[in-house]
Design a protein around this ligand. Structure first.
Ligand code: NAP
Length: 272
């Protein structure tokens, strides 16, 4: 595995396992430079959203990089205000315009109650019309996925959720694998909050890696797409230097046991 290694989605499209997250990357040159640096460091996958207000910068950075568009995978997301059939079609069009290029993966950002079914039908239409290469969801629990699978004509290719050893959602991971839905880990670095945890530091020391690299590698060894965010050039590079070592089985099992249902972001569990 290296930065270019891809997972195959259930519709045959491929997605690089490592992606750069750009949530809270400020609009403008700082984000553009971070993305160009990431692309030069081997990243081929950028995860944005309408909410992040930097879709435009993602498009600019990719064009500036000179790397052929088809080598790069872009995900963006339908924001909560844009749910509903017509609104979702419109929102996708706007995101495509902001990016200045096509969308590889369009996700429903959050399973907003009552309207998410209509929005999914819009995403199916976008997919069937070739306006998005793949479609999927984010923050869906097993219950939300079951509801969707009961109604859908197109199976979601991916589910992007908060995931780390500190929030090891085993049941959701198993469900996604059984249904051929690619799991993606957001906030895989716990937004920095667990990077000083002594038991994680002990594992990192053993491999001569940073705690961030261990958290990223744990996802990769579980075949989960992982989306660390950074705007710092040396950390962007560090987060990609995870392909020259393997965490052994015993340490993987230990990391699996770190679960404490620790969330840094919103919790969709209670969403009807
Ligand atoms: N679908 C959703 O609802 C959803 C929700 C949240 C996030 N996401 C996606 O997932 C991505 C990642 O999640 P996240 O941004 O919440 O958190 P994260 O990737 O877990 O953590 C990012 C934080 O860690 C720092 N950091 C990065 N690399 C580091 C390293 N090697 N050592 C120490 N600190 C490091 C970053 O600071 P610097 O930038 O200063 O390096 C930033 O403060 C987002 O950007 C977004 O694309 C999706």
């Amino acid at each position: 595995m290296d930065t270019y290694t891809k997972a195959k989605l259930n519709n045959g499209q491929c997605i690089p396992y490592l992606g750069l997250g750009v949530y809270q990357s400020p609009p403008g040159e700082q984000t553009q430079n971070a993305i160009i640096h990431a692309l030069n460091s081997g990243y081929r996958h950028i995860d944005t959203a309408k909410l992040y207000d930097n879709e435009k910068d993602v498009g600019i950075a990719i064009r500036k990089s000179g790397i052929p568009r088809e080598e790069i995978f872009i995900t963006t997301k339908l924001w909560n205000d844009d749910h509903g059939y017509d609104q979702a079609l419109q929102a996708c069009k706007k995101s495509t315009e902001s990016l200045g290029t096509y969308i590889d993966l369009y996700l429903i950002h959050f399973p907003v109650e009552k309207v998410r079914g209509d929005s999914w039908r819009a995403l199916e239409k976008l997919y069937e019309d070739g306006l998005c290469k793949s479609i999927g969801v984010s923050n869906y629990t097993v219950r939300h996925l079951r509801e969707l699978l009961d109604q859908a004509n197109v199976t979601p290719t991916a589910n992007q959720v908060e995931f780390s050893p500190y929030l090891f959602q085993k049941e959701l991971w198993d469900f996604c694998r059984e249904n051929n839905i690619q799991l993606q880990a957001y906030s895989p670095l716990t937004r920095g909050q667990k990077l000083q945890d002594p038991k994680l530091m002990a594992i990192a020391e053993k491999y001569n890696k940073s705690t961030a690299q261990i958290l990223i590698k744990w996802c990769l060894q579980h075949e989960i797409v992982v989306l660390p965010k950074s705007i710092n050039h040396s950390r962007i590079q560090q987060n990609a230097q995870v392909f020259d070592f393997e965490i052994n089985q015993e340490d993987m099992a230990q990391l699996d046991n770190f679960n404490e249902n620790f969330r840094t972001c919103w919790d969709p569990t209670g969403t009807p």
